[in-house]
Design a protein around this ligand. Structure first.
Ligand code: ARG
Length: 501
């Protein structure tokens, strides 16, 4: 259906309304309504600033700020009527504000544009998600630290090429993922610190002639400072790209871990048993218990990485400053946030819930001649042999054990001496997996003592944070935006007194 009336927000020079297809391709309200709370927070900050700088009156600002809270409560209650004709969340909110408070609503958009407005709202949204990712990663790391702590000395095979390589400990394997998710956590924190500059007040692209105070709106919205270049401020989507790349790398880590859980929970491995809560049965094969949650985590990286590539392609070649192409930034980021948070939560729960079959790990640890390197190292250490020669002799002994269908430790001393006369009984001390792992005391090695030290280091590293990123239960909104919308005019007063002092 074609709306024949011109748009009430920018319709001054337009005689007719848009074609229905134009409206459909142009409107973003279907998805950008997810930024409603952020839009209202940034508008409330802007209104407070306009009054503080004398651009609008205090009573207009108060009407705007209170009216915006009414709009927010309607959106939260689900009674708000979103309109496609009004294009996006910014114009939907402003139009409703006009219905509620009348004339003062028209003064809100003084000294700003939708270009700096959308950049600000979207940044606030992405920043909230980085804080949520921060909390999720900390929870996942904590769950892994518990798993690692339980099995610092449980032996299991370590693989290269998915072939048995050397014995390692369960704790060491878990701590490898702690390192990965720890790097993800630092990427999240660095991205947050880098993006935390306010675009608000950049206006359309060139700044404004009104005597606005960008430091004030930046402070009210929890930004560290205003973005320094108005053209860059409205054209920049690096923060969204960094969010997507950080999510992509983390999703890749999650995917690798998920793949290990799929392998480990198979009937052939039986290293772990996934809980019923994270598995499904088969409609035809009664014996089946499928690791669906792990498989879906393994798959999520596909769409997340697709979103990163997608937005990179949208942004490449765009001339400065804002182009409508940039409206295509949101759905990819929203979908990534949903997939990423869900994948982290599912992984955390699976890590907490899974049963580790310690005996199966130990049985597998000794198979596949996993202590062959220990034998070669013994020949070097005790007999002073060059490593290459030790490697060759060990290879001959492995072949002998293979022929006899036994393990290295089942060969007799006579067998060993038939290959090299200097070998003594002492060699058997290094052929057990327990001795193998505890001997790997080099920094970063799998020895239980080393693993315990790493767990202690991580516990300390992870403990200092979280209190300032605490989530409030109210509609899953993070602290900063919730505060910006909930504190009354006193927020401005607090800011002013801080400036005066
Ligand atoms: N819905 C738009 C977006 O998401 C808001 C900015 C529109 N600005 C403009 N000059 N048309 O990008």
């Amino acid at each position: 259906m074609t709306d024949t009336t011109s748009n009430q927000m920018w319709g001054g020079r337009f005689a007719a309304g848009p074609d229905a297809i134009m409206e459909a391709i142009n409107a973003s309200i279907r998805f950008d309504q997810r930024m409603a709370a952020q839009d209202i927070a940034s508008s409330r900050a802007h209104a407070a600033m306009l009054a503080a700088t004398g651009v609008i009156t205090g009573s207009d600002a108060q009407a705007i700020r209170e009216g915006l809270l009414t709009v927010l409560s309607e959106i939260e209650a689900g009674t708000f009527q979103f309109s496609t004709a009004l294009e996006d969340i910014h114009m939907n909110v402003e139009a409703r504000l006009k219905e509620i408070i009348g004339e003062p609503a028209g003064r809100l958009h003084t000294g700003r544009s939708r270009n700096d407005q959308v950049a600000t709202d979207f940044k606030l949204w992405v920043r909230d998600q980085l804080d949520a990712a921060d909390a999720s990663l900390v929870a996942l790391i904590r769950a892994l630290l518990v798993q690692a702590g339980a099995g610092t000395d449980w032996v299991m095979p370590g693989f290269t090429h998915l072939q048995t390589a050397q014995p390692v400990t369960w704790g060491h394997h878990m701590m490898a993922y702690v390192e990965m998710f720890g790097r993800d956590l630092s990427r999240v924190r660095e991205a947050r610190a880098r993006m935390n500059e306010s675009p608000l007040g950049a206006a359309a692209l060139a700044g404004t002639s009104f005597p606005i105070d960008r430091d004030m709106t930046a402070a009210l919205l929890g930004f560290d400072r205003p973005a320094a270049n108005s053209m860059d401020a409205v054209a920049d989507r690096d923060f969204a790209l960094e969010f997507l790349s950080t999510a992509s790398i983390c999703a890749m880590h999650l995917s690798r871990f998920a793949e290990e859980l799929v392998i480990w929970s198979s009937a052939q491995f039986q290293f772990v048993t996934l809980s019923d809560r994270f598995s499904t049965g088969s409609s035809i094969m009664p014996q089946k218990k499928n690791p669906d949650a792990a498989e879906l985590i393994r798959a999520k990286v596909g769409r997340i990485f697709g979103a990163l590539t997608g937005l990179m392609m949208v942004m490449k070649g765009l001339p400065l400053t804002y182009s409508k192409d940039m409206q295509e930034d949101k759905e990819q980021v929203f979908d990534t946030a949903d997939s990423w948070m869900l994948a982290m939560a599912a992984m955390e729960s699976m890590v907490k819930d899974m049963t580790v079959n310690r005996d199966n790990l130990a049985a597998a640890a000794g198979s596949g001649f996993s202590t062959a390197t220990d034998l070669a190292d013994w020949l070097v250490r005790v007999l002073g042999m060059p490593f290459r020669e030790a490697h060759r002799i060990t290879g001959v002994l492995v072949a002998m054990a293979e022929t006899k269908m036994c393990d290295l430790c089942d060969l007799t001393l006579g067998d060993m001496q038939s290959i090299h006369a200097g070998i003594t009984d002492d060699v058997f001390s290094v052929l057990t997996v327990e001795n193998s792992v505890s001997s790997r005391m080099s920094y970063g090695g799998t020895a239980p003592a080393r693993v315990r030290a790493q767990i202690a280091r991580w516990k300390e590293r992870i403990a200092w944070r979280t209190s300032h990123h605490l989530y409030l239960p109210c509609w899953g909104l993070p602290h900063a935006v919730w505060m910006a919308n909930r504190s009354g005019p006193d927020l401005t007063a607090v800011w002013r007194s801080g400036q005066a002092g």
